[in-house]
Structures are given as structure tokens and as C-alpha cells.
Design a protein around this ligand. Sequence first.
Ligand code: UD1
Length: 421
Amino acid sequence: MAKFLVQNGAPLYGVVQISGAKNAVLPEMASAILTKEKCKISDVPNLIDVKVMKEILVSLGGSINQIEENVLEINMEELSKHEASYEHTSKMRASFLLMGPLLARAGYAKVYMPGGCTIGERPIGLHLKGFEALGAEIIAKENYIEATAPENGLKGAAIYLDFPSVGATENIMMAAVLANGTTYIENAAQEPEIVDLANFMNKMGAKIKGAGTDTIKIEGVKSLHGAAHNVIPDRIETATFMLAAAITRGEVMIKNVVPDHVKPITAKLRECGVTVEITEEGLYVNAKERKLIATDLKTLPYPGFPTDIQSPFMSFLTTVEGSSTVIETVFENRFMHVAELNRMGANIKTEGNRAIVQGGKKLEGSSVIATDLRAGAAMVLAGLVASGTTEVSQIYHVERGYEKFVEKFRALGANILRIED
Ligand code: UD1
């Protein structure tokens, strides 16, 4: 099994280029099922999750051409299978996003229960409620779900989501674009990845309005055509590098960013005393020789503070003098990194969904686990400032979601190596 070896070093310094967003490209690849024509997607990050999605699309009868390093041409003209296997879906939760487009195009979908990061209970009830509202019949077995559209196709409906789930919003949007009539998704998730998916589908001929607000209106169309699209920059990767600069008290220029997408992180870092400037080149983060102060944060659906940055931000807070409170409201059980940080000498106490960080203690290198994708990044950040060597295992989680992770960190001066055990 591969591991990262991270050593304390100089503050990070230099320029880093952000890749296309994992959480945008995965639903976008799935949405290519909605048309028989070719789609071209650019700025596709080279990640394990993307590889899994490619394999699934090919297993369904599609063909994929890698025309350039980060450009894919997807051709789903042949859709010979309407079933995503357990082998694939167990590797990645986003594979459940195949259900909506398969149901819309083929009228039937069978998808095995999703896997992915183990961050608490991650149900799919909201997705299914949405498909049912569109007229689908759902059969839920222990390890798979089958959905069948009525003979005359899905029918537009008004759907209220009890929680603004990202995946449910995307899945329902993809199912509704080819439905008869108009669908409204209320209390929809507003994440930038949803806007990007809607933009892509609108280029394919869909009629989606309101993506990025809490009410999305989808007027069903008869068919979609091929389109070309550039994936938005990854805001979670952007935030990870903002925190890498902050935790090492470094100075980093982050390029290919949409500053609006990382507003909550910018605001919190500024509150702590880190300089974050939006320039023509990108996002400039400087924490050199700053006297930093503690802060409190609470994760929320977008535009609130992203749950995916909670663990990397917590690593940073362990290095800031004073007491910080971190509240996680999006996922249950997303404090698994706390035990790992404490193993490195941090002083963090949890009570339910609240963590109190007593910051300012020097971290010590240790053997830690990447308990999920973002927690893996959090461990690396902590390792950059801990004394000695930090050994991070289970890094396949990190490689599912960060492109050229080691390369990008090393280019900024980080002492990080990937080794095969
Ligand atoms: C997506 C992101 C993930 C991010 C998360 C929240 C992708 C591929 N992944 O995951 O990186 O951490 O958004 O920003 O885009 N829920 C239900 N019922 C459902 C669906 C969800 O109760 O049917 C709950 C979940 O248990 C969780 C919360 O809603 O507590 C948020 O989940 P959701 O927004 O659906 O996250 P994902 O789409 O899985």
C-alpha cells in the first residue's frame, strides 16, 4: 500500500495551478448518457474517481477518447446496458449519479449501493423521493436499487428536498431534463458544481433555470445533443492550497480559481490574520510572519463553509494560539481526523458535532491514517509543520480526489514523498 512521508520544512512558496473540479466533472460525465451525440469535456482532472466513471460509462456501452491530457470525448450513442455493477459503484459514491441519466434515457436503471468515503450515514432517500415524484417505480433491495419510468416517460413534478443535498439535486436535475413537462426542485443545493452541470446540460439543449439558487426550474425537452464544456476549477483543491500556505506561514499564488467559490475560506482566513488578495493572476495568500488568531466555524451547505474543508481548516487551527470551535452540520461522523491530529500532539476535544481546538501546541510527526479524502489532505498539512516525519497511510482516498497532489506540493517546496510500502 502506498504512503506519504511528510517532513517539516520551509514555508510553502510559489505558484500552483488548480485542476478542474472533481465534484463537477463526475456528474457531467454521467450526464453525457443523456445524448446519443458526442460530448467533449475539457479541464478533466486525472483522478481515480474519473477513471472509475470512465470505466462505468464504457461498461454501459459507451466509448471514451482521451484526446488530450485533460480532454475527454464521450460517446454514449450505444447504451447497451442500464446497470452499474457493484464492482464500480462500491468504489465511489458519485456512481449513484448514473441513476438519473439512465432513467431519463433508457427508462430503467439498476445501480448497486454506492461506496466512497466513510463519512457517516450517507443515505439516498432524497434521490429516490425525487425519482418517484417524477413517476418512476423504485424497487430497493439490500444492495441495489432499480428504477423504472412509466411507459410514456417521466413526468415533470414539484419536488421539495428536506435537505439541500448536492447529489440529489444533480440526480433529479439529470432525470428531469428529458421528462414531459416542467420540474421544480425546491430547497435545491446551490453549490457551484450544480451550476456547472446545469450550464453543460443547457449547452446540450436542456432548459434549466435557477441553478445556483434554492429553486431550479427544468422544462423537459424531447432530446439533447452533443456539446463541449470546460469544467470549473476545483474550489476544494483551491482551499486546500490556501490552507497549505496558511499553515506553513508561507506565500502562495493560486491560479485558475473562481474567488467567489472560496469566499467562506477567504473570510475565515482573513479573520485569523492571513492576507488573501484577489489579483488578476489568481488568489494570493500570505501568512508570512503573521501573528494569527483563533476563530470559530460551522459547516453548512453552499454558500456556507464547506464540509470538505473542515478537516484541513482544523489542521491549520491546531497551529494558531487560542481556542477555536468547529461545528459540523452537513455530515455525521466527520471528525475521524480528530483522533489522528491528537495522535500528532494536537489538543482537540469533541462532543457530538462540535470540536474544540486548543491551538498553538507544536505538532509531532507520527503515523496517521487518511480516514477520508479530505482528512488525508488535512494530515499532509499537519505533517508539513510537525516535527520529524509524518507517515500518512490509506492515501488512495487522497488520490481519488487530488490531481498531481505530491507534484504540486513539492513544486511549492514541501517535503513530501509517495512511497510504496
Ligand atoms: C457531495 C460531494 C461531497 C461533499 C458533499 C457536501 C460530490 C461527488 N460529492 O456529496 O464532496 O462533501 O456534497 O457538500 O459532489 N442526505 C440525505 N439523503 C439523501 C442524500 C443526502 O439525508 O438522499 C444527507 C447526507 O446524509 C448528508 C447531507 O445530506 O448528511 C449532504 O449530502 P449530499 O449533499 O447529498 O452530499 P453528496 O452529494 O453525497
